[in-house]
Design a protein around this ligand. Sequence first.
Ligand SMILES: [Fe+2]
Ligand SMILES: [Fe+2]
Length: 340
Amino acid sequence: MFNLRKIEPVFADDDYGFTKALLAYINGESDRFPEKEKVDYILERAYQKNSVADQQIIQHTLFIIYQSLLAHPLSAPAARQYDSNLLEIKDKIECCWLDNEFSGLSIPQEVESSAHYGDFLKTVWHKHRASHHPVFEFLEKDASVEQLYYFFKSDSALNLIFFDLVAYTLIGSQPETRGTISENLWDEIGHGDNVFTHVNLYKDVLARQDITLPENHYVDMYGVEALAGHNAFMLGSVNRKHYYKLLGVMAMTEVLDPPQYEKLVNGCLRLGLIDRDVKYYTEHITIDIKHGDDWLYNVIDVIAEKYPETRKEFYIGCLLRLRTAERYYDQLMGKMNTLK
Ligand SMILES: [Fe+2]
Ligand SMILES: [Fe+2]
């Protein structure tokens, strides 16, 4: 979501009154920043004591701060873009999250040594459970229309912001990679045809099923897993130091899509939807094969060759995407199982 004058939160109430106070501050309704000790306390519970409820508050805090960075330029949230209080908690949360996610990670020796790094990263994708997650098999063979619509709604927010996420990869990019990235962006914007922008193709998927798109793009369906998945993109988009991670996140996103969307489209056709209904997904079955290869071979390999110290960052970005996607798919599967 972007160009909003006020933050669209997933929830406003938590046990600490923290989210409500933070929202009031970001939205310019209050000049009192919530007590910072609260963030420390919630962070400790989230990542030292593994409290999922607190992880949700933390990821949601990051989510609303990131959302404020794309708010309407004349809005209160935009005016607070570089507010030192917000930057302080944003940095703190990002550090704790990444520390927790990757503590004890052993980096495979191929990260340093592989001559064909893009190919190695493809094996990382291929071996990861996210690449063959049962949720897509379920959508293909067993899901009901209601379960499929739940998937569509849940898929909305990220698909509808994807142009902006790709655009973030272009700023400060390595000059040799700019043609490839621009081509990807050009695809996202439907080669200049407004009907075929990927955002509009996705809106069409919803409209053709009479699914109304609320202003919050269904983020109220987001649990901690979806929030973290969304944040994984924004983390690299808005922090220069995580730029290479963002490219890893992008590469894995593009390689994940084609085989999963093939299953999803089969499921849609099984349930009586027609090709015309799922143009967004069929388009991505083919185009994302090229995008995936482009990120891996024409962007990541080019940078890794020139700056070998970037390899670990790409690897961590890839893992961040695969891990957050896996948890999100698990959560989605669990949720869909509770529906008929
Ligand atoms: Fe796309
Ligand atoms: Fe793509």
